[in-house]
Structures are given as structure tokens and as C-alpha cells.
Design a protein around this ligand. Structure first.
Ligand code: PLP
Length: 485
């Protein structure tokens, strides 16, 4: 390729061949990093000097790309949050993939604005919508779109359900003179459901937290009683949010039971499937999601169990008219034309709050094309198997007890017959030692160690090592407690 000089003022490289060499070396850096993950600590805190380098004034003159790359290698790359590492089990976070990484670079190169207009990126996004409709047994004309994450997707679903319940005038009048809407979810639902109620203007006081059973799934009988009571009180129930894979323990609500109730009561049935919905990719795990195919809408994250690089949340809605009615607007600059760049009937901007949007669909498309539904489903089944392995070992041990049933891939446990305060110290000790990264949560008011096993890099040996490391850490922490009581 000819090395044409750049036009005055352009941000393109002065010499493409020099840039090419730097860019290739950047790619090599990342490939070496991913290939060598296992030999690095899961996590390490950035030293104070490193953090201080991010307090510098606005750079007036630029530096060379190579120099900035070197700074990235020294000051940024070693201090990630650990979720790419096989011993990371802390939170429900995906690990990314090498293919997804390259796809994201390709998307940045194309630099499509995916709010609308007529270009292939929107066909790629519609392809993902079609694939998801097929996977979840939704109609072919279902609508969907990428959003940052399930927090956003759950919020948007609530906005669709609110518009559906109150009609078109609510977009103009808000909630003034509207019937008092009430929504329902379980006490184990993610905090973003509460937040969505706050943001929607309906208010969290109008979200009922339905109690859960011993498996931490919503008690549908109690849900029915709550709905009946609210109707008697003159309120307007409109939405039930079921959870497929709770963030605490991976519990799955009785989605069929909720679907029956919502059908009988004419309520919008939304599923927060951030973690668990994509378990539909695994023939072994999919049966536990029965009823999901009857939802009005599903929120889920490609960036969790299918390891599409952040961020890649998604909302799927059964009724395209209901979906569009909540967001589409007639601004002149969003007008559609029969031909040219402004063609196309439904644009993502009609389906959500974002206008400018990145080409998130490309990294998801590459992930499904390269790994296949079977490959991704295999990872899901494998990590559930590892969670069962860990649970079995914990149950067979005399120093740990299981704190909740293991439905999917999350294992909550605590030291047997010891001070509950140990839990926090053990988890912190493991993080700072860099050996493993579980997290801590509260179940019934008591702290537990939580291992969320999502990572496609985690092996059966890693699970063995994890338990060994937790024991070693418990020893260190108990020693410390004895020395400084
Ligand atoms: C992760 C998660 C969320 C939030 O999703 P984000 O993508 O982090 O916004 C909501 N609900 C559940 C059950 C989750 O696991």
C-alpha cells in the first residue's frame, strides 16, 4: 500500500507503515497478555505512583503512539479487575474472548453509528435479534436491541410496560392523573429493578418484593395474594419481573407459574435474565428456564455467560408495536425516506433511549459465528458442572458448609462453626494475595463467601486449587485473629 502523506490537520498517522508496526505490536501485547493470564495474579492494586500518573494535567502536545502504548503496558494492563483470569469468581462477570477482542477493534475501525439509517451494521444487529427470538421461542417479528447492560435493559422493559399499561398520553402527561401502577419482583431480585422503578417516576414504594422459598425463588402463591390485595386497595398492578438466575445465588423463579398468573391477570411479564437467560444455549441447563418463552420481554447480558467483551446488554420484546410505542419519536432529523441512507422502517433509536450507539452487535455476531451456540452452551454447562463439583466438595468437608442450594453456577458457603466475621477477612486476604477472587454477599443477614463460576478458562483443577487457597487463607486469618484479637 502506498504511504500517502496525510492531509493537513488530519488525525490519521503521518506514516501508515509506522502505524501498522505499532498497531501490530499492540495486538501482540494483548495476545501475549491473554495467553499468559494464568501465570499472573488474579488482581493487584495499582501502586500509589501509578495512580498518581493519572492525576496529570491535560496534555497539550501529543506524544508518539509507541510511547503511549508503552505507558499502557506499564500502567494500565497489569492492573485490571481480574475478570479475565481463571481464578476470578467474584462477581457475575464475563471473561471476554480473544475473538471478541478483535471484533471490537474491527467495530471501532468501521465506527458505525448504530442509532439508525440504512447500513449493514443494523442488519447485523437484526440478525442477533432473530437469533435470540429463535433461541427463546419468541415470534420472528420480535424487536430487540443492544444496550449497555441489563440494568438499562430492565429499565427500558419497565418503560415499555408502563407505556403499555397507561397508553399514549403518559408520554406527554407523565404520571399525573394516571392510575397508581404497582410492580412485583422477588426479594432476591437485582437492585436495578428498584432503581428502574425510581427512575421511571413510579417510585420504589410501588414495587412489591415478593418473599422467596427455601430455593430463593419467588413464592408465586404469595405474589397472587399481593396482586389481589392491591386491586382491592384500588391500585393498578401492571408488571411482574421474574428472575432467571439471581445475582446472589443463581436461583430461578417459577417462570411458568408467573406466566400463568400474568396471563390470567393481564400483567406484563418481564424476565431479568441478565445472568441466566442465555443458559437456554445449553440443552442440559435449558429445561430449568421453562416458561421463559412466554415472557413479554427479556433482559440479558451477552457480556456475562457468553463472554462477549463489555458492554453488551440486550432487551428482547415480544410485541414490536408495544416496544416502538414507548420510544419512537417523530423528530425531523430522524425522518425515514424510501431510499438512501435515511431508509429503513424500524431503527434502534425507535426502540430505546440512545441515539448514537456503537456497533456492539459485531462482537456478539463474531462470538456466535466462531464459537457457535453449541460452543457457548458448552461453556455454560461446564461452569455449572464446576459449581456442582465445588458444592459437592464443600458438602463433604467438615470445615465449610453450603449456604444456599446451587441451581446454576453460583456457590455460596461459609466456614463451619466459626465466627461469621472471618468471611470478610478471608475474601479480602484472597484478593490481596492475588491467588483467587471470590466475593462476599449476605444471605439471611449473615455474610457468605460467593463463588460465581462463569469463566470459560476455569478448570476442575482450578476449583481444587480454589478450595485449597480458601483453606490456606482461613488459616492465615485465624492466626491473625489469635495474635490481634
Ligand atoms: C448483572 C445483573 C444485572 C445487572 O446487569 P448489568 O449488565 O451489570 O447492568 C441485573 N440483574 C441480574 C440478575 C444480574 O446478574
Amino acid at each position: 500500500m502506498s504511504d500517502t502523506p496525510r492531509p493537513e490537520g488530519s488525525l490519521d498517522p503521518q506514516a501508515w507503515e509506522t502505524f501498522r508496526a505499532s498497531a501490530h505490536s499492540a495486538l501482540d501485547t494483548m495476545i501475549d497478555h491473554l495467553a499468559g493470564l494464568r501465570d499472573k495474579p488474579v488482581w493487584q492494586a495499582p501502586p500509589a505512583e501509578t495512580r498518581a500518573r493519572f492525576q496529570s494535567p491535560l496534555p497539550q502536545a501529543g506524544e508518539s503512539f509507541d510511547d503511549v502504548l508503552d505507558t499502557f503496558r506499564a500502567d494500565i494492563l497489569p492492573y485490571g479487575s481480574g475478570n479475565t483470569h481463571p481464578m476470578f469468581m467474584g462477581w457475575v462477570q464475563g471473561a471476554g474472548t480473544p475473538v471478541g477482542m478483535v471484533a471490537d477493534m474491527l467495530a471501532a475501525g468501521i465506527n458505525a453509528n448504530c442509532g439508525g439509517r440504512d447500513h449493514i451494521a443494523l442488519d447485523v444487529e437484526r440478525q442477533i435479534v432473530l437469533w435470540m427470538a429463535e433461541l427463546f421461542g419468541f415470534p420472528k417479528d420480535s424487536t430487540g436491541l443492544f444496550l449497555t447492560g441489563s440494568s438499562q435493559a430492565n429499565f427500558c422493559a419497565l418503560i415499555v410496560a408502563r407505556r403499555h399499561a397507561l397508553g399514549a398520553t403518559t408520554r406527554r402527561d407523565g404520571l399525573v392523573n394516571a392510575p397508581q401502577l404497582v410492580a412485583y419482583t422477588s426479594s432476591e431480585a437485582h437492585s436495578c429493578i428498584v432503581q428502574a422503578m425510581e427512575l421511571s417516576g413510579i417510585g420504589s414504594a410501588h414495587l412489591r418484593l415478593v418473599p422467596v422459598d427455601s430455593g430463593r425463588a419467588m413464592r408465586v402463591g404469595v405474589l397472587a395474594e399481593m396482586i389481589a390485595r392491591d386491586r382491592v386497595a384500588g391500585l393498578t398492578p401492571f408488571l411482574v419481573v421474574g428472575t432467571a438466575g439471581t445475582v446472589n445465588t443463581g436461583a430461578i423463579d417459577d417462570l411458568s407459574g408467573i406466566a400463568d398468573l400474568c396471563a390470567a391477570q393481564k400483567l406484563w411479564f418481564h424476565v431479568d435474565g441478565a445472568l441466566g437467560a442465555l443458559a437456554a444455549l445449553s440443552p442440559e441447563v435449558a429445561p430449568s428456564l421453562r416458561g421463559l418463552e412466554r415472557a413479554d420481554s427479556i433482559a440479558f447480558d451477552f457480556h456475562k455467560w457468553t463472554h462477549v467483551p463489555y458492554d453488551a446488554g440486550f432487551l428482547l420484546v415480544r410485541d414490536p408495536q408495544a416496544h416502538k410505542a414507548a420510544f419512537a419519536n417523530p423528530a425531523a432529523y430522524l425522518q425515514r425516506e424510501p431510499e438512501g441512507l435515511a431508509a429503513g422502517e424500524t431503527w434502534p433509536v425507535d426502540l430505546g433511549p440512545d441515539l448514537s450507539r456503537s456497533f456492539r452487535a459485531l462482537k456478539a455476531w463474531f462470538t456466535f459465528k466462531v464459537h457457535g451456540a453449541a460452543g457457548l452452551g458448552g461453556v455454560i454447562a461446564q461452569t455449572c458442572g464446576l459449581a456442582q463439583q465445588l458444592a459437592t466438595q464443600i458438602e463433604a468437608s467438615d470445615d465449610f458448609v453450603l449456604a444456599a442450594p446451587v441451581r446454576l453456577n453460583i456457590v455460596c458457603f461459609r466456614p463451619a462453626g466459626r465466627n461469621a466475621d472471618l468471611v470478610r477477612d478471608i475474601v479480602m486476604d484472597l484478593h490481596t494475595s492475588g491467588t483467587a477472587a471470590p466475593s462476599m454477599t449476605q444471605l439471611d443477614g449473615a455474610p457468605v463467601i460467593r463463588a460465581a463460576i462463569l469463566n470459560h478458562r476455569t478448570t476442575a483443577d482450578d476449583i481444587q486449587t480454589f478450595l485449597t487457597e480458601v483453606r490456606a487463607s482461613m488459616g492465615r486469618v485465624e492466626m491473625r485473629h489469635r495474635v490481634e484479637p
